[in-house]
Design a protein around this ligand. Structure first.
Ligand SMILES: Cc1ncc(COP(=O)(O)O)c(C=O)c1O
Length: 359
């Protein structure tokens, strides 16, 4: 009796209003293993075999101990061409976003976003109690540069840019990025380079010159370690230091670091994988255009495709054949828009054949 009244009292603990209003992030369906996973921009071939071997060599003692970061940080920082003090490991870029908000964003601050973009920027900004100011890409998926430059005059606290952007797959060149940074001396600018390996454009070396720039990278995409959850944030040492203060003590597990180091050492494997995906991307874009779809230019490992009316139906039909794509109708405002991860050339051939039959 007493137990149940305690339970009833517990359920009346108020949830923050912002949490009640939050649109939940839609995580992938379960049971995707073995299917053609072209819905979450993962690596569809597998990480370097060197990473798997390194994981198998891990000892029980390594698993008993809390992770130690210093050595891995030193070695990985060298690979990225930065000093260890300029780098922080995070539990994926998702966790990096929460860290940024925790360190720099007060309730009521403005977070500026071009949209559509990676949905987690808005998600974490809203949890932080920020006000969102958004500038939309146009219907040809051109970045709203003038709108963003205008909005920066009001000095928002934070601007998040995915470069290349998800889901548009578009890339801002370094000139445009320099203009944005010059226009925003009092705004923290996150350049999220989750798909850097496929685009080859980076502003990482600029962190030393620009204190208001933070760059993020992930090991979930080209490197193929999404299941281990590892990301990194790069910023000038004093900025990185500030973020370290709000970081959980052990945000990243030991296995993630072991695998990441091995995967990053196998440069040849990574380069080969990226070249294959770029070749496959061209083959997929051409094949889709031949079938009559509109394909937007891509600098990433996915394509934004407009199939017109019937796009959502096509996604559902392909799912029945175990081919998973991501319907983006909601984000882009009408049926037809679908985000398609680029797989290997063989996977692309399977996909094109299935689309021809189902569309
Ligand atoms: C632009 C962008 N940033 C970050 C992420 C997530 O990265 P992580 O797996 O490291 O959390 C994604 C995943 O889709 C993304 O598209």
């Amino acid at each position: 009796m007493r137990k149940s009244s305690a339970r009833a009292r517990a359920s009346s603990i108020p949830v923050r209003p912002i949490v009640k209003r939050l649109a939940p992030y839609v995580t992938p369906e379960e049971g995707r293993a073995g299917k053609l996973r072209l819905d979450f921009n993962e690596n569809t071939l597998g990480c370097s075999p060197a990473a798997l071997r390194a994981l198998r060599r891990m000892t029980a003692e390594q698993l008993c101990m809390y992770p130690e970061y210093e050595l891995s940080q030193r070695r990985l920082a060298r690979r990225f061409g930065v000093r260890p003090a300029e780098m922080l490991f995070t539990n994926g870029v998702d966790d990096a976003l929460r860290l940024l908000m925790d360190t720099f964003v007060e309730p009521g601050d403005t977070v500026l976003l071009p949209e559509p973009t990676f949905t987690m920027y808005r998600f974490y900004a809203e949890i932080a109690g920020a006000r969102i100011a958004a500038e939309r890409y146009d219907s040809d998926m051109n970045f709203p540069l003038d709108g963003i430059l205008r909005a920066l005059r009001r000095s928002p606290r934070l601007l998040c840019l995915a470069n290349p952007n998800n889901p548009t797959a578009t890339l801002l060149d370094r000139k445009a990025l320099a203009r944005i940074l010059d226009a925003a001396p009092r705004t923290l600018v996150l350049v999220d380079e989750a798909y850097y390996e496929f685009a080859g454009v980076t502003v990482l070396p600029w962190i030393r010159r620009r204190a208001h720039l933070v760059v993020s990278r992930t090991f979930s995409k080209a490197v193929g370690l999404a299941g281990l959850r590892l990301g990194a944030l790069f910023a000038r040492a004093d900025m990185a230091d500030a973020m370290r203060r709000t970081c959980t003590p052990f945000p990243v597990n030991s296995a993630a670091l072991v695998a990441a180091e091995a995967a990053m050492s196998d440069r040849a494997y990574l380069n080969r994988y990226v070249s294959r995906i770029k070749a496959s991307r061209a083959q997929l874009a051409k094949g889709l255009e031949v079938l009559g779809a509109r394909v937007f230019p891509s600098a990433a490992n996915f394509l934004l495709v407009d199939f017109g009316p019937g796009g959502s139906r096509l996604v559902r039909r392909l799912a029945k054949r175990d081919i998973l794509l991501r319907d983006r109708a909601g984000e882009l405002g009408r049926d037809g828009f679908v985000r398609v991860t680029v797989g290997t050339p063989a996977q692309t051939r399977v996909l094109l054949r299935a689309i021809e039959e189902e569309w």
